[in-house]
Design a protein around this ligand. Sequence first.
Ligand code: HEC
Length: 128
Amino acid sequence: MPHEKLARNEKIEVVKLTAPLIAFALILTGCKSTPPPKPLSELTPTERSGRAVYSARCGACHNDRVDKPLNGPSLLGLYKKPYLPSGAPANDDRITNTIQHGRNNMPALGDTISAEETSDLLAYLKTL
Ligand code: HEC
């Protein structure tokens, strides 16, 4: 009997110790924001030209370096999050598709944006 009681107390002790640790780990992972964008001074030439494409073609409707929506959702951390705001996976195919065909209130850019502009743009979006 005393032996059983001891074992039970030990278990309670373990729970008391680990519960706050688990809660703390959940808080850390749950509130983890995406890493900051690459500093502008460190952009490669390709990323810099992608930024110019962003400014000309996307900047009126999307923020890039602050997490605030404009006409559309902010593009900050676009590739660092697993999903786009629509729930589609955040990858080159889906993002290129959105740029070319538009989405709801986002106009289709179609062939007004070249393949090179698109790939430079994606390179810049990956730095965000
Ligand atoms: C005229 C405004 C406008 C312009 C210009 C524009 N967008 Fe959008 N964009 C939107 C709106 C509005 C949405 C939200 C669409 C929705 O899901 O209802 C959106 C959504 C998106 C999404 C999220 C798609 C998803 O699946 O959730 C991406 C990525 C995106 N835009 C990228 C771009 C890029 C890159 C450019 C520049 C080439 C661009 N947009 C230009 C208005 C715009």
